[in-house]
Design a protein around this ligand. Structure first.
Ligand code: ADP
Ligand code: MG
Length: 151
């Protein structure tokens, strides 16, 4: 599935749509250059889950967690959204990934995990991971490709 968005709001809307009908344990892997809309997508995604906190890039702390309010979804109480950004990580540094708790997070059946720069953790992501590619087309145009095959 491929989308072209013309502004940030349209990219958020794709995030909102994709946050419907999730189940605990779902993992979304976002790849693409800086400024291609990954964090913007996560903002819409979190909004769709009923999270009212402002979602910022977790680049400097790598992982941010948000609790998902039960009123908006079918998740059990205390379900968590993990928003991960591996930009500052060296490629495939498995020790660091383990330290971040990422392995536990993707195994947690009460959680949803969204990872920016996910290609850096490719080896440790589960088979059911949904890969989403972001591309800068021009200043405001982004191409978002969702790989449905591997879901
Ligand atoms: P990334 O997390 O991939 O580095 P961000 O979502 O943080 O990217 O930044 C995207 C930037 O591009 C934001 O400043 C946003 O306002 C701007 N922008 C312009 N057009 C779009 C679009 N179509 N989709 C998403 N962001 C857009
Ligand atoms: Mg980002």
């Amino acid at each position: 599935m491929e989308y072209i968005t013309q502004n940030a709001e349209e990219t958020k809307e794709i995030g909102r749509k994709l946050s419907a009908n999730l189940k605990g344990g779902d993992v979304f892997a976002l790849c693409g250059d800086l400024g291609s809309g990954k964090t913007t997508f996560v903002q819409g995604f979190a909004e769709g889950l009923g999270i009212s906190a402002r979602v910022n890039s977790p680049t400097f702390i790598i992982v941010r967690t948000y609790s998902i309010p039960t009123s908006k979804n079918n998740f059990p109480l205390l379900a968590t959204l993990y928003h991960v950004d591996l930009y500052r990580l060296e490629k495939n540094v498995n020790d660091e990934l383990a330290q971040l708790g990422l392995i536990e997070a993707v195994d947690d059946k009460k959680s949803i995990v969204v990872i920016e720069w996910a290609e850096r953790a490719r080896d440790m992501l589960p088979k059911h991971t949904r890969w989403i590619q972001f591309k800068n087309v021009d200043e405001n145009k982004r191409k978002i490709t969702i790989n449905e095959d591997i879901y």
